[in-house]
Write a protein that binds this ligand. Sequence first.
Ligand code: NAD
Length: 539
Amino acid sequence: MNKVKQYKAENEPVLGYKAGSKERNNVEKTYNDMFNSKVDVPLYIGGKEILTEKRKNILPPHNHKNIVGTYSQADETHVQDAIENLIENKESWSNTPWKKRCEIFLKAADLLSNEYRSKITAGTMIGQSKNIFQAEIDAACEFIDFLRFNVSYLTEIYNEQPIDGPGKSNQLEYRPLEGFVYAVTPFNFTAIGGNLCASAALMGNVVLWKPSDNQIYTAKITMDIFKEAGLPEGVINLVSGDPEMISEIALKHSEFSGLHFTGSTSVFRDLWKKIGNNISLYRDYPRIVGETGGKDFIFCHPTANIDATSTAIIRGAFEFQGQKCSAASRIYIPESISKKLIDKVIDQTKTIKMGSPIDFNNFMTAVIHENAFDRISNYIDFAKSSDDCEILHGGNYDKSVGYFVEPTILLTKNHQFKTMQEEIFGPVVTMFIYKDDEWLEMLDIVDKTSDYALTGAFISENEDSINIALNKLRYSAGNFYINDKPSGAVVGQQPFGGCRASGTDDKAGSKLNLLRWVSPRLVSRTHNPPTKYPYDYMD
Ligand code: NAD
């Protein structure tokens, strides 16, 4: 088979947004325009944009009295229509030449990089309360990288071919799955919302997208970009509304071929159970890809550099208010450096400013919604009331204007303390001090403390200790960072995903993920077929 031309992707440069820069002026203006106007997000079914009568308000988490729009609520008929429409469009999309599919998503990347950059970053600042840097690395750079790198992985995959045999030519045809893919996406990354649909669609699949209610504001911008990039109608259909009802219909459909999920562990387990119960309804064994929760650690070896560790803790724990699946939330500190390190972390944390994302001095803004605010404040209250724990910094919260929770540092005497085990998904970090000569035993405790195994960091200047940790913590994290925070994966550089309760480890932003959305067919052609049945050995 002829090789397809390999596409080489490069990471999108991160813009600086310094005061007075063009990009800063653009994003400030766009933010203010969007914040002071309203948008109605429709359902996207085929070519139709359907505004339903039943709608919900879109409210910025940092200013929840300011309505910036509404989003439509699908009923059962909409969901059924959306699926039937995908099935109607399936054949023409899967027959669309791969080069054309690639061109569409590369065009979407270019639109994000240029015309839509300030809109999608401002939208992420408003709808998900990210500061400008967090919005830039998510909604612009990571999203663009996903789109471009996926094209590069597609060309690599298509080039992976079997060898020919004597008198035979062999070819693998990377067919899309036969039915439709159901993408269910979380609130915390605009890029994940777009990528979970785009990755499967790039490989020739049609996709039903159910975005998070709390990312719907930028989901609309994403759909607009895909349309402008030339994505045909009915390749990705978006339905928002009651997630249980939508999932119930999607997962009972005989053409359901794959789930592309990112979100919490409990929802993923629930969806997996439903798929299991419905297995006899499907034509295919569905592909199930899920990236879920984390309880991510930083382990400081006694040789750890104090400044580097303190930066890793603060950035890892408090960026985007700790609402990254990879956020550092349990920290293991050796006694010998504990005073210096903890003092440094507290001093630095005291300088953190929190407020609206349009004030560029703010490192932190609000958490995503009232339920999240209540869940996080319950953990803080639990810590306050426990004898096993003291609050070293923070511990206050206020939801009168926006859902603001102070960056909170806990110190526990119990390495099995609740906040060392459970995902809080907020700006709360728990520290535990261990005796220096017990660091090896502590690695076993790190491994066994939580059900999750998403990310982890090991900070050390001793090479032997790094090798030991790599072995002992082999299954404790799908993304393991040495001398850095455990968050901030870059597409193409750090393929992302975890195991155990953290997911199926299919590594978003990598070839491994794209392989889940194809069902390869082997085509073998014999040039001179044998014409007699006996073999030579029978003579
Ligand atoms: P979530 O589980 O609440 O929601 C995720 C999606 O599932 C949303 O679209 C939501 O509407 C839908 N959903 C909710 N309940 C449902 C139900 N009963 N049936 C069907 N669908 C349902 O998660 P979230 O709050 O949006 O995101 C935070 C979670 O996502 C955290 O646990 C975080 O660790 C995880 N996450 C993981 C990764 C990763 O790569 N591992 C990345 C981002 C987020």
